[in-house]
Design a protein around this ligand. Structure first.
Ligand code: GAR
Length: 208
């Protein structure tokens, strides 16, 4: 009788990452998966831009990529249907918006909303939308705020809002340049995002 070696089954959680830019947060996830800090694998990276730097990071790590710019689609819903169609065969347990700069509507949310989290470089309720770090920095210069932060939240129809999974405050310092603040916020993001993905997958509470 012929013996058949059992194929190793990968039991790690399947994570899809959606990006639009440099992908430094994607890199943090790739590194955490590679080191075993996260018991997860990034099974696909979808980008809303064909020139996103994060696509190269994914390819370098051997992760399948899909570039899905909205240009050429009839409307937002048609683009979202294509996004859902790209994700479905990948069977993601969790979808992480790591710098994904497109608003997601009912077509995506109905299918995947309950298993999607978003990273935002501000505190809950503050500076929704793009350029949050620059807007927080400018608000500090005007004396309007004395701290900013980073949060990861579950996704709802409202932009950069929804139940918070993990949050971290970042103090603001007089005389600090915007590039320096950006670097500090990014470092917090990289740490918090890995914690938040672990939390979401396991139910544990991350340190902040
Ligand atoms: C990150 O700062 C992320 O929080 C932000 O885009 C950046 C992507 O950087 N997302 C938002 O502003 C969502 N409103 P990365 O491409 O280097 O990970």
């Amino acid at each position: 009788m012929k013996s058949v070696a059992a194929a190793a089954v990968d039991t790690r959680s399947r994570v899809a990452v959606l990006i639009s830019g440099a992908g430094s947060n994607l890199q943090a996830l790739i590194d955490a998966c590679a080191s075993g800090a996260l018991s997860a694998q990034v099974v696909v990276v979808v980008s809303s831009r064909t020139d996103a730097g994060g696509l190269s990071r994914a390819r370098l790590a051997g992760i399948p990529t899909v570039a899905l710019p909205h240009v050429g689609f009839a409307d937002r819903d048609a683009h979202e249907r294509a996004l859902v169609a790209a994700l479905e065969p990948c069977r993601p347990d969790l979808i992480v918006l790591a710098g994904w700069m497109r608003v997601l509507g009912p077509t995506f949310l109905t299918r995947f909303g309950s298993r999607t989290i978003n990273l935002h470089p501000a505190l809950s309720g503050a500076f929704p939308g793009p350029n949050a770090i620059a807007r927080a920095w400018a608000a500090f210069q005007r004396g309007e705020i004395d701290r900013t932060g980073v949060m990861v939240h579950r996704v709802v129809a409202e932009v950069d809002a929804g139940p918070v999974v993990a949050v971290c405050e970042v103090a603001l310092h007089s005389g600090e340049s915007l590039p320096d603040l950006t670097a500090r916020v990014r470092a917090e993001e990289h740490r918090l995002l890995v914690d938040a993905v672990g939390l979401t997958l396991t139910g544990d509470v991350p340190d902040c």
